[in-house]
Design a binder for this molecule. Structure first.
Ligand code: ADP
Length: 504
């Protein structure tokens, strides 16, 4: 029999990727295309879902050509996606009623305040594992229904459906208006604020609070099962679509973090640390999210604690695009000074996520003196990612009672040696990068391959995982603690900045 492969589609925040993997979990072909970041106002971020679907068609074709295989050689397709980014479309025409509202978008600030009322930010936390924040989907759907003319009536008539980007991609892959499957998986559903973590079903009371008809919501499936088959003629025709995980959960899967207490941190646009907590739902007392890690077919769900950091690699992009002090992201490393020159850069551009969850915070650079130059800006930007990661890790150890022995890392910023060394210095444990740094796509591929029997199960993922590089902590404790203490102080300077009467 000819060799078979698994294709992963990774619908990310800045680009869409398609990657063909072989049975050893190695990359044999890939395609990637960026899409437009639409920013109509400060704090608003949108994507054109039609552009994204078109890009996916293109990158799938490029990946197959690059791997020199056709879709007949694919055992399965897995989908992973930027989480929380929310779309509402007409199921009869396939037309979105509004651009996708991206996870970073802060327009729902007022809505979440109203929803919280006297009970505040943690109103739904016991049920959904999440604090009320602009980050999650439900309030974004409410915003669309409240603000797009006629949308609410069409939703109530059963014509409109909602979905995160996995749902949009799978619906289109499996036929769209022609019988497309309207599904999501437990990990994506766990980021909507609408799913009960225990029952893994939609919570009708929360949906009612947000004015979202239940008929709009996709069917919640496991992360690894056949959802449907490729339909659009010529594009993945008849291939089983069999894996679906939010990007960070997919990376956790691809990093083989299957045991309770194992954790990974992904350094991309934002930074996301996830710790597997097994079958136990661990509520956070320290500003983390409780979320679903994955669910394979009929097996019990596996849960996780997560620390989400809104800005990491995107701060490097900001140095490049808005400040113009570097011309490419990797250049930040050669520009960065050996120390921060006394400055701390807290990138609370869209408020602070974990462990603070403060939408009233805004960015600050503190400690400025006449001595400071752009090399310190570069250094401070890199250090910001490492300090934020340490804050999340401290919270994770406090919530779980587990002391991490090592930190598995992945994502675009892990190519930065300076950052990885400083990260090891700050967390005080070895930082380890695997051979296949594309763990997000890899995790989605594994989930799909396991569903169709291409891989037997988690043990194959563990066997295929291999270490590429390790950074050991070197900094002495006094210096490590002094820097972190200063960082904490810098964070306090960003809080309570946005006043009610400030227009953004
Ligand atoms: P995403 O999947 O979120 O789009 P990636 O994992 O592709 O992100 O990582 C891209 C991010 O990493 C960008 O924000 C970019 O600025 C940053 N980045 C890429 N290379 C480097 C580098 N050498 N040093 C620091 N940051 C980098």
């Amino acid at each position: 029999m000819a060799e078979k492969y698994v294709l992963a589609i990774d619908q990310g925040t800045t680009s869409s990727r398609a990657i063909v993997f072989n049975h050893e979990g190695r990359i044999v072909g890939s395609g990637q295309k960026e899409h437009e970041q639409i920013m109509p106002r400060a704090g608003w971020v949108e994507h054109d879902a039609i552009e994204i679907w078109q890009n996916i068609r293109e990158v799938v074709a490029v990946a197959l050509a690059d791997a020199q295989v056709n879709s007949d050689s694919l055992a399965a397709v897995g989908v992973t996606n930027q989480r929380e980014t929310t779309l509402v479309w007409d199921k009869n025409t396939g037309e979105p009623v509004y651009n996708a509202i991206v996870w970073q978008d802060t327009r729902t600030g007022k809505i979440i305040e109203q929803l919280g009322g006297d009970e505040g930010q943690d109103k739904y936390k016991a049920r959904v594992g999440l604090p009320l924040a602009t980050y999650f989907c439900g309030p974004k759907v409410k915003w669309i229904l409240d603000n797009v003319e006629g949308a609410r009536a069409r939703a109530e008539a059963g014509d409109l459906v909602m979905g995160t980007m996995d749902t949009w991609v799978i619906w289109n892959l499996t036929g769209g208006v022609d019988g497309g499957k309207h599904v999501t998986d437990v990990t994506n559903a766990s980021r909507t604020m609408l799913m009960d973590l225990k029952t893994l079903s939609w919570d009708p009371e929360i949906a009612a609070d947000m004015g979202i008809p239940l008929s709009m919501l996709p069917e919640i499936k496991s992360s690894s099962e056949v959802y449907g088959y490729g339909r659009p003629a010529g594009l993945l025709y008849d291939v089983p679509i069999a894996g679906d995980l939010g990007d960070q959960q997919a990376a956790t899967f691809g990093q083989a973090a299957f045991e309770p207490g194992m954790a990974k941190n992904t350094y991309g646009t934002g930074c996301f640390m996830i710790m597997n907590t097994g079958e136990e739902i661990v509520p956070s007392k320290n500003g983390l999210l409780t979320t679903v890690c994955y669910k394979i077919g009929d097996n019990k769900p596996i849960y996780a604690l997560e620390g989400s950091i809104a800005l990491a690699g995107s701060l490097v992009q900001w140095l490049r695009d808005q400040l113009g002090i570097i011309s490419s992201a990797p250049e930040v490393e050669s520009l960065a000074a050996d120390d921060n020159g006394g400055i701390y850069f807290v990138p609370a551009f869209s408020g602070l996520f974990a462990p603070y969850w403060r939408s009233d915070a805004r960015g600050a650079i503190v400690g400025m003196t006449r001595f400071v130059d752009k090399s310190h800006f570069a250094r401070a930007a890199l250090e910001a990612t490492a300090y934020q990661t340490r804050e999340v890790l401290d919270a994770m150890e406090a919530d779980s009672g587990v002391t991490l022995a090592e930190l598995k890392v992945d994502g675009g910023m892990t190519m930065n040696e300076t950052l990885m060394q400083f990260q090891a210095d700050q967390v005080g444990v070895p930082v380890i990068r695997p051979v296949v740094a594309e763990t997000t796509a890899l995790g989605a591929a594994y989930a799909a391959g396991i569903a169709v029997g291409y891989w037997d199960g988690e043990q194959d993922v563990i066997d295929n995982w291999a270490e590429a590089k390790r950074w050991e902590p070197k900094m002495e404790d006094g210096e490590r603690d002094r820097l972190y203490r200063q960082w904490k102080k810098a964070v306090t300077r960003t809080l309570d900045w946005v006043d009610d009467d400030v227009k953004e």
